[in-house]
Every structure is written in C-alpha cells, then in structure tokens.
Design a protein around this ligand. Structure first.
Ligand SMILES: [Ca+2]
Ligand SMILES: [Ca+2]
Ligand SMILES: [Ca+2]
Length: 507
C-alpha cells in the first residue's frame, strides 16, 4: 500500500505531501462539441498529428527523427549504446539496442517533465571523470518513473536532443484543448489503420474498438459506422472518423445531468447553470461568476454559431451530442488543485488545528474531542471513461469495478466496492452509491481504485487516485486516474457524484 495511515504522520507537526499521490479532482467542465447541422458539419481534422506538423519545420527535430546512438547510463558500470529516434508522430521517442532484434522501448515526450543539462543526476555525476558535462543530459519523467541518463557522442549532438526535447515538451504544454483532442484522435487513427491507407474500414474499426477496451456488438458498431460514413464509401475518411469518435464518446450519463437542470433539454441558461453549480457542486457565492466563466469559455464555436443564433448567457446543448471535456483536462491543470495548493504548493501542510492545540484529541477515541462532528460521505460511482487495458492483447477487454478505500484513524478505515461490469473498459456504467462515515475528516485519505475483475485469479490493478478528504469537492466530478508509477493515464477517468453531509443521528 502506497498510502501511509494518518496515525503515523499525524504525530509530526507537519506532514509531507508526497505521502499522498497527487490529487486531481477537477471541476466539472461542460464542453459541447458541436455536431452542427445534418450535413455532418464538424470541425476539420487533417489526419496529421499536430506534433508531427510542428516537428516538420524544425531542424533539431528533423535530426532527432533521423536518429542517433546515445549511451544510456544506469550506473558507473552499466552504460550501453542505444539507437534513439523521434517517431513520425513527433511525440514518441523510440529506442533499442542493436542486439534486441525487434524488441524496443518507447516513451512519450508528454511524460517528460524536464530536461537537465550536464551532470545533474547522481548517476551522471558518478561518471563525470569519464564523460564531460557537455555530452550529458537527463530526462526527468513525471510520476515515479525513473530518470533516463544519456550521453551523446558530441556536444553538438547533445544540444540537438536537449533543445529538441525541450521544444517538444513546450509544444505539448501549449497545445489547446482542441489540439490535444486532435492529437489523441490522430494517435488512435494511426494505431487502427492497419493497412496504412489513411482510411478506416469496418474491420479496422472493429479492431480499434477492441484496442480501446470496448466490446461492442457488431450490429450497433455497423450502425455507428454507417452513420459516420457520410460519403458512403464504405470507409471512414478524415472528418468521418472524427464524427465516429465523437459518437462513441457520447455521454448518456452527462446528458441526464444536463436534462435535470435544463428546462427545455436543449439549452442551459445562465440561471440554470448557476443553479446547478450551487445545488449540485455546492459552490456557494462563486456560482454565478463561475457559471458566466463557463459560458464564456464554452459558448458555441464558430460552427455552432452558424447553426444556432448566439444568445449570450446560454450554453447550448446539441441535439445528439453532449460531451464533457475531461479528455483534455490534463494533469497539468489538475495537479495544482490538490493538497499542495492548500498551502501555496510549498510541499507541506500544517497539521490540523486540533492536533496542535487540543489535548482532548485521541486518535482511538475521536468522539471525545472538542467540537467533534462526523460526516457522511456518499459517493455515487456513475461511470468510467476510457479505462486502460490490463492485457495488451487486442481481444482482451477488462471487467472493471471501482473500490473506494478510506485511510485515517482506526474507526475510519473502510473499503467498499461496486460490482464489476462485463467486458467494457471504454464506457462502463455502474450507477452505484458507496456510503462511509468519517469521524476525523482532517486525517482521512480517500482512494479510488479501479480493478479488472477476474474470477479465477486476483483482480488486476488498472488505475487509482488518492485525495485527502479535506480536498474533496462535492458534486459531479471527474477523477483522473493514475497508473502504478503515478503518471496520468490519458483520458482515463471516473465520473462520480459526491455528497458530504453532517451526521445528525447516531449510527
Ligand atoms: Ca485502413
Ligand atoms: Ca467515407
Ligand atoms: Ca477480467
């Protein structure tokens, strides 16, 4: 278990944040992808990766695409030549040893946090006598993945890689939501276009769905495919594929929430959105302001404006599609929302008041402390989005379940889980509510774990997210899942509705 209990840490005056996985419960954000009119007027996506387009115009990146031999260093005695190159997508770095046959490794520049120049790691420092600083650099990854220490053949070669990777990181960071989504769709397209003709036939689509962790019945798949194939060519080209992807990612669960708050089911007015933020998200005073911000941000795009006359102060809901944009609410945005932000991101949080100033607190008997109130935490686990695969075989699809675990004082330790959903890691719907009583919320951690159910062996871990109870915001939220090594799993999330109330009656 990678979460420390709070009895352990609570006795210190301060407890360090990195005991916790970084937190990311993002505010709900409505983005309505405008399907436009019946002629399938969707935003254009050239079937070319945005990163790849970026890479085309840059000299360093061209050199990286051609590839180079770099020495990978793991210790003073382990330093081996590997062939590194940037792949066509302008995003993936591929490397292999000369002896590895077809075996190779890859990583995405999106997972690289920074590039350090020179002897800026213990390992590179340990070989400083052998390789001068101007040949050495370190790629530092997000999460718990270990650094990659590299030595180039010449200082100029080192510079190409240092500058190149930095540019790619910068470019990834500056991509807007639309570009990120385009990149994402493009990546899927590349993976699924087995015969590399730049079009998606029905067989490729079937394979794609399995790669995306969904076992969809053939008839329904064919229906979506036919709907998306506007040109009736029997294949999905460019925009048609985008259309298909959008149909796949339609969100019934979100649509229902929208219906609850929209009087006519088409439009959410400023007042209705404010109402939603106040009632459901419990945003209080900020609701109106936030509602206005959301509307300004997600008002119909140019396409949408053509279609429906724009009226300020309204959020439109297209007839056939409501999509929530969690895909793109990436880790960058979320990381700062967590525990660190409680105290200006300085890396530690003050121990709760009652533990510093109140002798009546005994973790074994929380009821005895002054001002004790316990809380009811009710988590409706609604749905999952694009959960990761456990087994990379194309035909293998997960049977996901969600378990919520509470860590805290002895009385608060608890676990509860949903049932599992057969064969659907793409858009499973649970709609199950898990209830907990928390006696010392200040010391409680809430961990969401997703597992692949297995009847004949232990369940497999799929993803998790852990958040201090005090950082939980009630309401409809998306929880972005992290992998075992603590890196974000792109687009993978749980949709939940969280309610916290004071417990008035004895249990
Ligand atoms: Ca094809
Ligand atoms: Ca077509
Ligand atoms: Ca299974």
């Amino acid at each position: 278990m990678d979460v420390h209990t709070d009895q352990e840490v609570g006795r210190e005056s301060f407890y360090l944040c990195h005991y916790y996985s970084i937190i990311c419960i993002t505010a709900i954000i409505f983005v309505f992808f405008f399907a436009g009119n019946s002629h399938g007027h969707v935003s254009r996506l050239a079937m070319e990766s945005p990163q790849s387009l970026f890479a085309q115009g840059d000299e360093d990146l061209q050199v990286m695409k051609a590839g180079a031999m770099l020495r990978k260093v793991k210790s003073r005695s382990w330093k081996k030549q590997r062939h590194f190159r940037l792949q066509e997508d302008g995003q993936t770095i591929w490397y292999k040893s000369r002896w590895a046959g077809t075996g190779h490794s890859t990583f995405s520049v999106a997972d690289v946090d920074v590039v350090r120049e020179g002897h800026q790691s213990e390992i590179l420092l340990s070989i400083a006598d052998e390789f001068p600083a101007d040949l050495c650099f370190t790629l530092v990854f997000r999460g718990r993945r270990s650094n990659l220490d590299l030595v180039a053949e010449s200082p100029s070669e080192a510079q190409v890689w240092i500058r190149g990777v930095r540019k790619l990181i910068q470019n990834t960071k500056s991509m807007n939501d639309k570009e990120r989504l385009d990149q994402w769709i493009w990546d899927w397209f590349q993976k699924a276009d087995k015969n590399k003709d730049g079009r998606m036939n029905f067989k490729e689509v079937r394979t794609l769905l399995k790669m995306m962790n969904v076992d969809m019945n053939e008839e329904y798949t064919l229906r979506l495919f036919t709907m998306a194939d506007n040109s009736e060519s029997g294949c999905l080209e460019n925009e048609e594929f985008v259309q298909f992807y959008k149909m796949l990612t339609e969100r019934e669960d979100v649509w229902r929430v929208f219906q609850d708050y929209s009087r006519d089911g088409q439009i959410l007015t400023l007042a209705e959105l404010e109402d939603f933020l106040k009632q459901e998200q419990q945003e209080g005073e900020r609701s109106l302001e936030h509602a206005q911000e959301l509307i300004d941000r997600y008002e119909p795009s140019e396409n949408g404006k053509d279609h429906c006359a724009t009226v300020k102060e309204k959020v439109y809901c297209p007839k056939w599609q409501v999509a929530l944009n969690f895909q793109t609410a990436g880790p960058e945005m979320d990381l700062n929302d967590g525990l660190f932000s409680q105290n200006g991101c300085c890396g530690y949080v003050l121990k709760p008041d009652f533990m510093r100033n109140d002798d009546s607190f005994d973790p074994e008997r929380p009821q005895d402390r002054n001002g004790y109130t316990s809380l009811r935490l009710s988590i409706q686990v609604i749905s999952g989005q694009q959960l990761p695969k456990v087994n990379h075989k194309e035909g293998s699809i997960v049977d996901p379940l969600v378990r919520v675990e509470i860590y805290g004082v002895f009385q608060d330790q608890a676990k509860q889980e949903t049932s599992y959903i057969d064969n659907n890691g793409f858009n499973p719907l649970w709609n199950e509510t898990l209830n907990f009583i928390v006696h010392v919320p200040e010391l409680a951690l809430v961990r969401f774990v997703v597992e692949d159910y297995d009847k004949s062996s232990r369940n497999d871990f799929m993803g998790q997210f852990t958040v201090p109870f005090t950082c939980i915001q009630p309401g409809y939220r998306h929880i972005h899942l992290l992998s075992k090594d603590g890196t974000a799993i792109p687009l993978s999330s749980l949709f939940v509705n969280i309610k916290i109330s004071e417990l008035t009656t004895e249990v």
